[in-house]
Design a protein around this ligand. Structure first.
Ligand SMILES: [Zn+2]
Length: 144
């Protein structure tokens, strides 16, 4: 185990329940540089979001970081009026799932989005978002 496995950078990550002890804490460093990343297995080509340090398909640890770029299709979304303890101060917010083809990203719609403009299947992008307390997450915006 390297020191990196025990760091607490995920404590800075805002809204999705990632484990704090993980070998993919570089995710936070990338967020700080404005990039949302996933991992791809160099052995079998499988893509993973949230990023994984080991391939769930072939168990290889030979993974590469790749940036979540371009547009994705909105698969579904849901506006939450109630949330788990710890997330209630954020209400109301909308969770959503985007389909990038080779992988899907689960997250939140941008708080400023007008839900009246949101349609299933519409093109959206994933962007880094800074919360009022300085923590980081990512949100989905309408593409274009
Ligand atoms: Zn693999």
């Amino acid at each position: 185990m390297s020191k990196k496995n025990e760091d607490v950078r995920f404590g800075k990550f805002g809204t999705v329940s990632f484990t704090r002890t993980t070998r993919v804490n570089d995710f936070i460093d990338y967020l700080e540089n404005g990039k949302v990343m996933y991992t791809r297995c160099n052995t079998c080509g499988a893509d993973f979001f949230p990023p994984r340090a080991d391939c769930a398909g072939c168990l290889s640890s030979d993974m590469q970081w790749r940036e979540v770029t371009g547009t994705a299709k909105l698969v579904s979304y849901s506006r939450l009026e109630f949330a788990p303890v710890g997330f209630d101060a954020d209400l109301p917010y909308s969770i959503a799932l985007l389909d990038y083809g080779d992988f899907q990203v689960f997250g939140r719609l941008d708080r400023d989005l007008d839900l009246a403009e949101v349609r299933i299947g519409m093109p959206m992008t994933t962007v880094v978002n800074e919360l009022p307390d300085g923590r980081l997450n990512f949100v989905f915006k309408i593409a274009g």
